[in-house]
Design a protein around this ligand. Sequence first.
Ligand SMILES: Cc1ncc(COP(=O)(O)O)c(C=O)c1O
Length: 297
Amino acid sequence: MMSVSFDQLDGYIWFDGEIIPWNEAKVHVLNHGLHYASAVFEGERAYDGEIFKLTEHTQRLHESARILGFTIPYSVEEIDEACRQLLAKQGMKDVYVRPIAWRGSESMGVSAQNNRVHLAIAIWEWPSYFDPEQKLKGIRLDIAEYRRPDPRTAPSKSKAAGLYMICTLSKHAAEAKGYADAMMLDWRGQVAEATGANIFFVKGDKLLTPTPDCFLNGITRQTIIEIANRRGIKVEERAIMPEELEGFDESFICGTAAEVTPVAEIGPYTFTPGEMTRALMDAYAAEVRPSLRAAAE
Ligand SMILES: Cc1ncc(COP(=O)(O)O)c(C=O)c1O
């Protein structure tokens, strides 16, 4: 099924301080972000018209830019306000929010010391990252050939566009084999994450998740750990070797786009989505949505 191309959607985009019509939000082909991947971005979701953990996302955007050596010319408060204004202007309640900052066109070449830094924010409807039917049964993950790089090799704490090159390659390779996504190992051969989400395992009544020392410590991941702590569920953050997956009962991935998605297979290892995954899926769904959060308190 062909969907409408993203540059053809309706609505507005916040672009360098102004809200402009969607189809006018253009950049020149000679911009440093496109050629040299000097771009950082965020992925946020609004539920009932409120962006979940907005300030944490905006702070991460600022930090991602700082790690790449540039400063976004808007404060965290200004970006938060821009996201809220755009959300109100678009008149949508349950949406995905994508701020992106990049170096502009003032000079071309590896060095871009004086290139202007731009910021744009787009909002669109993105209901479920995975096929909803497949999601409930648990998705199937391949094991990627590319590995998350050593932090001495790449700025792994930045949500930098360039780091997604190996994610797209890995996801395409997995999809070509009929999988929904891929689980990536890190440079040491330890379990890392999926191509756009963190990963958890369940063993008995305990949660396990890899220590995020060379990939994003996702805001969703941190939320799941907070929920687990509140419920007295033990969480072990540690190095996990792929062979250990044999002994785990359940698995799920989590991220802003993926939310909590049960996993049924990772390469040769199989899991049965069970009580713990279901309970955390429901708890996360209640946590992010103001109306349900209020009811739960
Ligand atoms: C590679 C990668 N890891 C982890 C995450 C999860 O991060 P968050 O929960 O902050 O969305 C994402 C999603 O943004 C991601 O793209």
